[in-house]
Structure formats: C-alpha cells, structure tokens
Write a protein that binds this ligand. Structure first.
Ligand SMILES: Nc1ncnc2c1ncn2[C@@H]1O[C@H](COP(=O)(O)OP(=O)(O)OP(=O)(O)O)[C@@H](O)[C@H]1O
Ligand SMILES: [Mg+2]
Length: 341
C-alpha cells in the first residue's frame, strides 16, 4: 500500500517535504511538497532532467542539506521515527548505520590526503568505535576486492586511482556500514559500461541477499528500467509519477513522463517513431510556474493547471500521478481521463 501509514513494508515515509536554497536571486524551490513511501527491499529509481531536484531530495533524506539550503517543511519517517526530530548526535549515528549515500562526485567527496584504507577504517570506527583497526582493515580488504580493486590499492591516495576506481571506493564506503537504505546518486555515471554492469549486478546482489533498500538516482532511464522495481519521475522539484517499472513504462500517465520516455532511444514503445524532443525548457526554480510546474510545456494543459497544483494521487492500483488529467476538482472544466487498470 503506497499511501499507507505504519505499514511494515514501508521503510521511509516522506511527507510534504520541501527544500529551498537561499540564493542571491531569491529562494530557489528545489524540492516542493513531495510525499511518497519507499518500500523495504525495493530498488526505487529516481529520474528526471538535470536540476529537477534528485540529489537534493536524496540529501534531504539524510538531512544533509547544507547552507544556503534548508529543509523548510516536511517529515521524514524512517522505520517509524521522524528523523527531523533527531539531535546532531543521533543524526550522526543514523547516517551510515541506517542510511548511506554513494555520492555523485568522488573527487570532492574523498579526502585527498587520506589513503583509501584510512577512509574506510575511519568510516567503520566512527560508527562502530569498538571495532579494532585490524578487523576494520580486513573488512576494507574484502569489500574492495569484491568491487574489483586489488587490495594493495588500499595504500593509495585518491589521486593515484583511476576515476572508475575512485567511484568504486565511494561505493565501498557506502556499503561498508551495512546501512538499511543505500542512496546511490549517479554512482555509476563515470564508469565504463563493463565496470558499470558489474557494479549494477553487485547492487542487485546486495538487495537480493541482504534485503537492502536502494534509492537509485540517475539520468539513465535504461539503467532504471533494468535494475529498479519502481520508478519515481521528478520534474522541477516534484515527484510527478510513481509506480512499478512495468506500469510506468507500459502506461505512462503524466504528459511529462510520456515525453521523457519518447525521447529516450531504446525505451520508446514504438521503435519506428522519430526521437521526440520535448518542447520548452525546465523552469527557473527561483520563479517556478504557479500550479503544476509542467503546465507551460504540457501538450494537454487545462485552465486549472496554471492555478492549482495537483497532488500525487493514485490513478490506477499502485500507480500515482501528479496531474489534473486524473483528478477531480470543482474548478476543473474538462472531464477526467479514464485509465484502464
Ligand atoms: N548549493 C546550492 N545552492 C543553490 N542552488 C542549488 C544548490 N544545490 C542545488 N541547487 C539548485 O537546486 C536545484 C536542484 O538541484 P539538484 O542538484 O538537486 O538537481 P539534480 O536533479 O540532482 O540534477 P543533476 O541531474 O544535474 O545532478 C537546481 O536548480 C540547482 O541549481
Ligand atoms: Mg544530482
């Protein structure tokens, strides 16, 4: 049940989450009023154009939004507890032990003066102070070899590794603490296709054997299709569609999702169709459009769309969409589209 409360299958409940960055040009609404659940043991793919708020949302789930940003509204209920109420000490323990993030940019996330083994041992000992250095090192060795790096490279500094190796070290750091939720933010973008395929297999393995939950943030819809159970489509700071891979790819409901799928080679439902180019540009989030943020680009726009934002609501079983085409409202003049379930 996607909208359920206190459901044992739900690991994280995100409710009314908003994040703003206070920029020189005014507040930038990077995530706006987002509510959805992450199920235990699922791989949930998060897709959307650059700048739509994917990384911001991922970081918000760990309360890692730094200035000039802030979470200005919402609840994040992890395993029944609202992490927004945690103090700094509890939050530090929560990060790493319960949720860990594999970051987009390894060069800025790794400390250039620390060797690889020191990074991993430190990550273990911060969260597990009783673990001895030798056993932390053993764990580091096992992990790094599993990720296809020879253990002698543990003595290297980040700049001595190739970009792909650095990325694998980042993935190792994300996995070493055995967190319940792993947020992989473009974690495989800089890897070549063979290494990428191997790592994706490992992510799937981790989910299957350890029953971890993975939030897979990526531009690459093909990757999401291959690996994820469900997909969340983001547009301009909002989740506009959420459902199983099968449902969303087979019956995309939101006009944005439809455009997005038509614009991706190999994913298009009709191979003969020319590659679609979505008209217009994503909005400037310091001045987002009123109502539905997609309305200026939407081929099916209605008068209500520029006035009131729809909610992310169930349109078909377990398939949610943020669109007036599928929701009733007294101000809406056109009848809603009936969707087959
Ligand atoms: N530190 C910051 N200060 C000001 N604005 C920011 C900051 N970080 C992100 N933003 C803005 O917030 C919005 C969302 O950015 P975010 O990085 O979350 O997008 P994204 O979907 O992860 O993009 P990409 O696919 O390029 O990684 C963008 O408009 C971005 O410019
Ligand atoms: Mg990003």
């Amino acid at each position: 049940m996607i909208n359920g409360t206190n459901n044992n299958n739900v690991l994280v409940q995100i409710r009314d989450l908003s994040v703003v960055y206070h920029t020189r040009l005014g507040p930038l609404s990077a995530v706006d009023d987002v509510s959805f659940d992450i199920f235990r043991g699922e791989i949930l793919g998060v897709v959307g154009e650059s700048g739509c708020g994917k990384s911001t949302m991922g970081k918000a789930l760990m309360r890692m939004i730094d200035r000039p940003g802030e979470i200005n509204n919402g609840q994040i209920i992890f395993d029944g507890e609202d992490i927004m109420t945690f103090d700094a000490h509890r939050m530090r323990d929560f990060r790493g032990r319960k949720v860990s993030m594999i970051f987009q940019d390894p060069m800025t996330s790794l400390n250039p003066v620390q060797r690889v083994d020191e990074h991993i041992i430190e990550a273990i000992q911060v969260h597990e102070p009783k673990t001895k250095k030798t056993s932390a090192l053993d764990r580091a060795r096992g992990l790094i070899e599993k990720l296809g790096i020879q253990s002698r490279r543990l003595r290297d500094h980040p700049h001595q590794l190739s970009g792909g190796m650095r990325q694998r070290v980042m993935i190792g750091l994300g996995l070493v603490l055995n967190a319940d939720l792993i947020i992989a933010d473009e974690a495989t973008t800089s890897l070549d296709v063979i290494v990428e395929a191997k790592l994706l297999d490992q992510l799937r393995d981790i989910r299957d054997t350890l029953n971890k939950t993975i939030l897979l943030i990526t531009h690459n819809i093909g990757l999401v299709a291959e690996l994820s159970d469900r997909i969340a489509v983001m547009y301009a700071g909002r989740v506009v569609e959420l459902g199983s891979i099968y449902d969303v790819f087979d019956t995309p409901l939101h006009p944005y999702t439809r455009g997005l799928l038509k614009s991706v080679p190999n994913i298009r439902l009709d191979e003969d169709e020319a590659l679609y180019k979505m008209p217009g540009e994503p909005p400037n989030l310091t001045h987002p459009p009123a109502g539905c943020r997609f309305h200026p680009r939407c081929p099916e726009v209605m008068p209500i769309c520029s006035k009131i934002a729809p909610r992310l609501e169930t349109a078909r079983p377990n398939h949610l969409v943020h669109c007036w085409l599928y929701q009733e409202h007294p101000e809406k003049e056109t009848p809603t589209v009936a969707v087959k379930s």
